[in-house]
Design a protein around this ligand. Structure first.
Ligand SMILES: [Zn+2]
Ligand SMILES: [Zn+2]
Length: 464
């Protein structure tokens, strides 16, 4: 059976907490709508909008129950928007919540069949504790037994300026302690180490930066990886590809990265999925959607565009970095190194997206899709200076610095360790040798990615 998870945009989560966690300690309820996010191994319900109760929609008496009028209105909204329905309620105790007999009656008996028949989507139930800890479940129809069966979500992810994940312990156990990573764990503490080690981390692009990110995570004690890259090792990669030797020329970069993680890992158990396909193939795309967080270590506009879509539409934060090495001169005199910049940013709802940050341009994406970006006639038509800026000269220490900054971004958004959750957009300039931070950038008011938050692939399909 596929894994199941639930993801909520941070802004909706704030509204939910405000409505559901009451000062008088009473329970409350609300219905919401959801969209599918379908990965290879995991399906996620993306909470998309909230339908607040109106006068007469519910009865509150310590416990709370909904009236038929409310569920009818919610079903009409769900059919109009072609969404599924989530029933959400609160309990007055902290932590992960089990279901009371009343909860089972409400979800299994009163709602599961009605909701699926009316909307075509299975019912989802969620409970929030008084400390804002989430748990959730989906009610799947078992044809053979003719009943609705519960499947618990392995996690509920709240995604925005932070990535806050509540895991179901029986499905995602805590990492086993190992002496090998005790010094690492001592830096941010046991709780934060657990938050990091429980994540399924995707690395898209296993070139120089990607291989260094992989090694860092393996040594830090991370346990679950998805590695995506279609490319093979070439001789000119050996000056900056961690884990690769002369003997590896011609092998897939993902196989090298897998071997690297297996040898360098400090965690006592490890799970690595490798996909040697381009991100715009269905298998690689859905492999990316299986992850809780993604590293974008790619150098192509189309892959960046796809990752940007995933960050907003599928609620999976993307840590993206890029390096630009500059040369001055001309064809006659030759070109000389004149400087280098590298930039890192984490994109997710409430933060600016890669397209609005101008990390890639939409026109370059179209060029790549049309196949023109590599054609000699296209390259001839653009200025030499443009070509020089766009080529991929790079050296090991540039990549090492960028990979290291990317790991800080992961620690910040997941743990907030040291009080930091967001480094903003960070740009290192070789000349004068300082890292600048930018917090002032925002998505444009018409940004399509912001409009696509939590819609999955419903409106835009970005893979072949
Ligand atoms: Zn309850
Ligand atoms: Zn944007």
């Amino acid at each position: 059976m596929k894994h199941f998870s639930i993801a909520i945009p941070e802004q909706l989560n704030e509204q939910l907490c405000e409505h559901l966690i009451r000062e008088d300690g009473d329970e409350d309820l609300i219905f919401a709508l959801w969209n599918y996010s379908l990965g290879n191994e995991r399906d996620t319900a993306l909470i998309h909008n909230l339908i607040f109760p109106e006068h007469g929609d519910r009865q509150r008496h310590g416990n709370v129950s909904f009236n038929p009028k409310y569920i009818k209105r919610v079903c009409r909204e769900a059919s109009k928007k072609e969404c599924g329905i989530v029933f959400i309620h609160s309990h007055p105790f902290p932590g992960w919540q089990t279901m009371s007999p009343d909860d089972i009656v409400a979800e299994k008996i009163r709602l599961s069949e009605t909701v699926e028949v009316l909307t075509g989507y299975p019912l989802i139930g969620m409970t929030i504790g008084s400390d804002a800890t989430w748990c959730g479940r989906i009610w799947n129809y078992n044809r053979k037994k003719n009943i609705y069966e519960i499947q618990w979500a392995e996690s509920v992810r709240v995604v925005g300026s932070q990535l806050k994940i509540d895991f179901t312990k029986s499905l995602i156990p805590s990492p086993k302690f190992s002496q090998l990573f005790k010094r690492t764990r001592a830096v941010w503490g046991r709780e934060n180490h657990e938050k990091l080690a429980k994540l399924k981390i995707g690395i898209v692009g296993l070139g120089s930066v990607g291989s260094m990110v992989a090694e860092s995570l393996a040594r830090m004690g991370m346990e679950k990886f998805v590695l995506i890259d279609f490319d093979k090792v070439e001789a000119h990669n050996l000056d900056r590809l961690v884990g690769a030797t002369r003997k590896d020329i011609g092998l897939f970069k993902v196989d090298i990265a897998k071997r690297l993680i297996e040898t360098e890992r400090t965690a006592s158990r490890i799970q690595i999925n490798i996909i040697n396909k381009n991100l715009y193939t269905e298998e690689a795309y859905k492999g990316a959607i299986d992850c809780d967080i993604l590293f974008s270590c790619v150098d192509r506009p189309r892959a960046r565009y796809i990752l940007n879509h995933i960050a907003y539409a599928h609620l999976i934060p993307v840590i993206d970095g890029g390096i630009q090495v500059r040369f001055e001169g001309n064809e006659l005199k030759g070109y000389e190194f004149s400087g280098a910049d590298w930039q890192v940013q984490t994109v997710s709802p409430t933060r600016p997206c890669l397209q609005c940050l101008e990390v890639y341009s939409a026109s370059d994406v179209s060029l790549e899709i049309s196949g023109l970006i590599d054609s000699p006639s296209y390259l001839k038509g653009i200025s030499k200076d443009y070509y020089k800026r766009k080529n991929n000269e790079n050296i090991f220490p540039f990549s090492a610095n960028l990979a290291s900054l990317e790991i800080f971004h992961l620690v910040a958004i997941v743990t907030g360790s040291g009080g930091l959750i967001n480094f903003g957009v960070q740009r290192f300039r070789y000349d004068p040798g300082i890292i600048s931070q930018y917090f002032d950038k925002k998505c444009s008011p018409n940004c399509d990615f912001v409009k696509s938050i939590a819609t999955g692939d419903k409106y835009i399909k970005v893979y072949d």
